[in-house]
Design a binder for this molecule. Structure first.
Ligand SMILES: C[S@@+](CC[C@H](N)C(=O)[O-])C[C@H]1O[C@@H](n2cnc3c(N)ncnc32)[C@H](O)[C@@H]1O
Length: 313
């Protein structure tokens, strides 16, 4: 059993170390992707363990299902990892020993899906990980108000030219709809000073595309729900390991973990605690874990990865 190597699994050694699996464990892997982590998790819990492998992208599920066709203790689910409880219950499982997420996009989605995830390729404006999602990047770019566009570019992309990019998108779509990533990229490039394309922060289109993707796929809301539900169904002693690639996502993971470890995360201006902090977990990654220079050299996509892990008490 070999995974599709277009996608190289990020921080694989560290993931396995923090998951601390043993034969017979029940594991929820919410981000199957190219099955890079999944294959190794499966080996670690064999022969008696059970692995629930989830992806909202049906292509990821069908590719992996054929890879594992000779095994019956891996359960595939095409759906959203936010629905942890519903998913495990559908396999008559109530509790799990480990919960793993490697959020974001797989290299396969970026390079082969044709769904417009990258500004480097000229494709249809789509960006849906789940192709049944009624909201696509086309809807966001062509139907959102200028103010809403500005807000998502600023909040999810931390882009300093958010206002002028939003204004030019709205101006441009008045004459004809913006249907491709190429058209959108052209508008962004015409809006920003040329030097910004080569700045240390990277090309602004990268941040704008990322912001639209987060909006289309409700990525932050799904992550919060998944962590809450995943923690609830985790057995005592069980591990939760999450890799994120965006500062807003990492902040969500960090704060949730701090909260589970018993520290209040209420804003300082609140007179009383409303977050209900109670010590229920030990944070295993006192400092966030990032890939080594060697790993980044082999796999550039790993460069923004951040891993956090906890053990439920
Ligand atoms: C970075 S890739 C995972 C790669 C995988 N760990 C590997 O090594 O091959 C992320 C995957 O998670 C999926 N995904 C992202 N958000 C999801 C969600 N809310 N529910 C289910 N799948 C999701 C994407 O479709 C993508 O296939």
């Amino acid at each position: 059993m070999k995974s599709e190597q277009i996608h190289i699994p990020v921080l694989l050694k560290e993931v396995l170390e923090y998951l601390n699996l043993k034969p017979g464990d029940i594991v929820f892997d919410g981000t199957l992707g190219g099955a890079g982590h999944t294959v190794e998790i499966f080996k670690a819990i064999a022969p008696t363990g059970k692995l629930i492998a989830v992806d909202q992208d049906s292509q990821a599920i069908s590719t992996a299902a054929s890879l594992f066709k000779n095994y019956n203790n891996i359960f595939f689910y095409n759906g959203n990892f936010a629905d942890v409880k519903k998913i495990i219950n559908s396999f008559e499982i109530n509790k799990i020993d480990a919960f793993f997420l490697d959020i974001g996009l797989s290299s396969i989605q970026i390079e082969k899906s044709g769904r417009g995830f990258s500004y480097i390729r000229n494709e249809k404006l789509d960006m849906r990980m789940d192709t049944n999602n009624p909201l696509s990047a086309f809807n966001v770019v062509n139907e959102y108000s200028e103010q809403k566009l500005r807000e998502i570019f600023f909040k999810f992309g931390e882009e300093k030219y958010s206002s002028s990019i939003a204004r030019n998108i709205v101006l441009s779509r008045k004459s004809k709809p913006i249907e491709t990533t190429g058209q959108l990229n052209e508008i962004i490039e015409k809006t920003i000073p040329v030097k910004e394309k080569y700045s240390k922060r990277g090309h602004p289109s990268k941040r704008i595309f990322q912001a639209i993707r987060i909006e289309v796929n409700s990525e932050l809301e799904n992550l919060k729900k998944a962590i809450n539900e995943g923690f609830e169904v985790l057995n005592k002693g069980g591990r939760m390991v999450i890799i994120s690639y965006h500062s807003l996502e990492d902040r969500i993971v960090k704060n949730k973990f701090i909260n589970f470890s018993g520290k209040c995360i209420c804003p300082p201006e609140l007179p009383v605690c409303v977050c209900g902090a109670k010590k229920q977990a030990e944070i295993l990654t006192k400092k966030v874990v990032t890939p080594s220079a060697d790993e980044i050299l082999i796999n550039k996509r790993a460069s923004s990865a951040k891993l956090r892990a906890l053990k439920k008490l």
